[in-house]
Design a protein around this ligand. Structure first.
Ligand SMILES: [Zn+2]
Length: 397
């Protein structure tokens, strides 16, 4: 779960830590009261939609005026008759504001949705609700059914470094286990737009294309003049295809044999596929970024991916290397930004059908190509060169 904000020079990544505690019951009680507050403010804000014209901060203030005692101790009409810490309430109000905003915007688009009757949100712990936070433990204020008290939760997972800028954690309460998600704000060194980077004296661009074979991604780095610097074939497509095919054919076999497979078996199969996809997309995108970092490419060029799945993609099906490209590119977006690299797209036309040296038409012979002027080489290398060159051309180089 990573978010990027391209203008601020920051990006947020989320660390997921497992919670070990004997206070599961209190965590559940705290979650329940949190959702009760969200629902209370959700309903109230629906009655006061004029507040939606305000910023979230002012909207929150107006809602508080309606629901909490003022300085003189006067009880307002819509009094929230629950004993809750201010910052706990504010986290819930912000959640309610978000929910009402999205509800209103959907109804304005004539979407048929009904008002929410109950919430199941994970409580966010603003400042004042947690303290002494480190990789091993955190103290949080919880509702134990009678009062709000501090409790120590043991944590396990990634190591946090004390220099990291952490934001408000969220506690996720599943039937099986509890997790603490902590967003970490990271500074991005280089947030210059692509056009500005293209003016760099020592500019390097990495053209990336994707295949449905063993080479997941083919990366070629070019300098400012379009001269070849370095190339890398990121492999693993075959192994990935083998792994997913096995699972897919197992599903097919079970269906053909009309063997009764329980929804649980199905779930296991699909979960496994999901895990493989997730892991592979992360691995490939990381290798692309590492390659760019090693050779100083600050811009990655890829061919524009159509929103609709292509005929070829449909033919080879999901869980094939070329289908995974969409996911790899998604991962690439934030991984690149985080590392000060930007991705730009070029039109797909001719990237695979022309020779990178002379622009003449090419013929493909399995893994290789030959052009009308007899230039030869690897077919995908040619495509990645073209994608890199088109990026230079797009910016007038
Ligand atoms: Zn040629």
């Amino acid at each position: 779960m990573e978010e990027i904000d391209k203008n601020s020079g920051y990006c947020t990544i989320t660390y997921k830590l497992r919670i070990y505690s004997k206070y599961d019951d209190f965590l559940k009680k705290t979650k329940s009261i949190y959702n009760e507050i969200i629902l209370f403010y959700y309903k109230l804000l629906l009655e006061h939609q004029e507040f939606l014209n305000l910023s979230n901060q002012y909207c929150l203030r107006e809602l508080e005026k309606l629901t909490i005692k003022n300085k003189n101790g006067e009880i307002p009409k819509n009094y929230l008759d629950l004993e809750v810490p201010t910052y706990f309430r504010r986290a819930a109000i912000n959640q309610a504001i978000g929910s009402v905003r999205s509800y209103v915007s959907l109804t304005q688009k004539n979407k048929q949705i009904s008002e929410t009757q109950s919430f199941n949100c994970s409580p966010v712990f603003y400042k004042g609700m947690y303290k002494n936070f480190n990789s091993k433990s955190v103290e949080v204020k919880l509702w134990n059914g009678e009062e709000w008290k501090w409790y120590l939760l043991k944590l396990n997972g990634k190591n946090l470094d004390s220099t990291m800028q952490t934001l408000s954690p969220t506690i996720l309460i599943n039937s099986k286990y509890m997790m603490l998600h902590i967003p970490i704000k990271q500074v991005v060194e280089d947030i210059r737009p692509v056009a500005l980077r293209m003016k760099d004296e020592n500019l390097r661009v990495c053209g990336v294309c994707f295949s449905n074979y063993d080479d997941f991604a083919i990366c070629t780095i070019l300098d400012k003049n379009g001269k070849f610097v370095k190339s890398k074939f990121i492999k693993g497509g075959k192994e990935y295809k083998n792994r997913t095919s096995k699972i897919l054919s197992q599903i097919k076999k079970d269906r053909q044999n009309s063997k009764v497979i329980t929804p649980r078996d199905h779930k296991t199969y699909w979960q496994k596929l999901e895990q493989i996809d997730d892991y592979t997309a992360h691995k490939v995108s990381k290798e692309i970024i590492d390659f760019c970092l090693m050779h100083g490419a600050k811009v990655i060029s890829i061919a524009k991916v159509e929103e609709n799945v292509s005929g070829f993609e449909r033919k080879v099906g999901k869980h094939s290397p070329i289908y995974l490209k969409r996911r790899i590119i998604n991962n690439l977006q934030y991984k690149a930004f985080k590392n000060g690299i930007l991705i730009t797209t070029v039109r797909q036309n001719y990237t695979a059908s022309r020779c990178y040296k002379c622009r003449a038409k090419i013929k493909r012979k399995e893994a290789n190509f030959v052009c009308e002027n007899n230039h030869q080489g690897n077919y995908y290398f040619n495509t990645s060169m073209n994608i890199g060159k088109m990026c230079l051309k797009k910016f007038g180089l």
